[in-house]
Design a binder for this molecule. Structure first.
Ligand code: ZN
Length: 403
């Protein structure tokens, strides 16, 4: 859908839209039972929601393409993930509440260990503590002086991970990673991927060699590896695109970063499902759109832990779903950003099951929330990026096209 046409059709309404996103929700069948993680989970509330709703299967990027959580979330929010390519460095910076500005170049850092010959022996520096990371960032801030007059920032994420941001004129994020992704090799030079990035690459190489000198006496974290370089370009907010005032409630930083990128408000950080619901409930009257994010489904999928992923889904069903239903939202969407099957221990290309409940939806025959059932759902199989107009329509926020 052309965004300008969509914008021209928007109408004001006071309807409420809730997105409950279980990260990496989609799975694969257990060899013995033939049921996926979601199908195995006992989910009476989601099942009865599915029964009242229209269901379907979503391709987060395109059929066959395994998504990262960043592009998959942009798709969830109705942005074409191929048009709005957001680099990992930018996501990391957004995720730690770094006040990133247009034109900044951000990248992710790993503190790492190199041997006397300069070869990498541990890409994560023995997973140093977050406190050590903070000390190292402070040490770098005090001691690294760059040749060029650009501002730079280094901020701790956690353990061995940090974010590096450069701010100045004419910077480019089109730079190759310095992390070779394997041990036994030397870190790579920052190589520009276009002519305009040569200046930035020089600054980065200057930074890395000075950082290495500052860190040389550290026993574990004596080097940095830098990857995911990206330039920050501000993108249109969900308010501008859809006229929605949006609130994000997410425990993990990257998802708050993604939400902030599309202009959602973030008021508090929930430490539990109960806190998530409390924030939701307290601010329900103030917003049109709510993005509630649950991370652990993805984490346990990545661990290959079938049982734990099932338990998280059951807890979401038991604790979160009934409280949302109590508010009687006009539109309630339950889905994932992508699949993370326990069998693959990673994200995968498989489409994701989705429930769209609304007071005016044309409900289908699906009576249970799961991959096999949703495949038979009334929404069929869609590209996730195309789904937002369906949501807005169900929220009675789109007028007729043409006379
Ligand atoms: Zn994800």
């Amino acid at each position: 859908m052309d965004i300008n046409v969509l914008k021209s059709l928007l109408v004001r309404n006071t309807t409420k839209i809730v997105y409950l996103i279980m990260d990496g929700l989609g799975g694969l069948p257990d060899k013995e039972t033939g049921l996926t993680e979601l199908e195995t989970a006992n989910t009476p509330n989601l099942d009865s929601l599915a029964e009242m709703s229209i269901c379907g299967m979503m391709d987060p990027i395109a059929p066959g393409i395994t998504p990262g959580s960043g592009p998959a979330h942009l798709s969830l929010f109705g942005y074409d993930p191929l048009e709005f390519a957001i680099g990992r460095g930018i996501l990391s910076a957004l995720g730690i509440d770094f006040p990133i500005k247009k034109g900044d170049v951000a990248a992710r850092i790993n503190f790492a260990t190199i041997d006397k010959e300069g070869k990498i022996i541990d890409r994560r520096a023995g997973r140093i503590s977050t406190e050590t990371n903070r000390r190292l960032c402070e040490k770098l801030r005090k001691n690294v002086k760059l040749n060029e007059n650009v501002k730079w920032f280094i901020e701790t994420v956690s353990e061995h991970r940090a974010v590096l941001v450069f701010r100045g004129q004419n910077l480019s994020g089109k730079i190759e990673d310095t992390d070779p992704q394997v041990v036994g090799k030397k870190p790579l030079k920052a190589i520009p991927l276009e002519k305009e990035a040569e200046y930035t690459a020089n600054i980065i190489n200057d930074f890395i060699s000075k950082a290495k000198a500052v860190l040389k006496d550290e026993d574990k974290a004596n080097m940095i590896l830098v990857r995911g370089f990206a330039t920050f370009e501000k993108i249109e907010s969900m308010k501008e695109r859809y006229g929605l005032n949006c609130l994000a409630i997410a425990e993990y930083p990257m998802y708050r970063g993604l939400a902030r990128l599309v202009g959602m408000d973030i008021l508090k950080i929930p430490g539990s499902f109960e806190e998530l619901l409390q924030i939701f409930s307290e601010h329900y009257n103030e917003y049109d759109f709510f993005f509630l994010h649950v991370k652990k489904t993805d984490s346990y999928g990545e661990d290959g832990n079938f049982k734990a992923k099932v338990e998280v889904i059951e807890k979401v069903d038991k604790v979160i779903v009934p409280e949302i239903m109590k508010k009687s939202p006009d539109v309630f969407v339950v889905t994932g950003d992508h699949s993370t099957p326990y069998l693959l221990k990673s994200h995968s290309w498989h489409p994701v099951p989705l429930i769209l409940y609304s007071k005016v939806c044309r409900k289908d025959s699906v009576k249970k929330f799961g991959e096999s059932e949703c495949t038979k759902g009334g929404l069929g199989r869609m590209l996730l990026k195309d789904f937002m107009p369906v949501v807005l329509a169900n929220a009675l926020r789109i007028q007729k096209y043409g006379a």
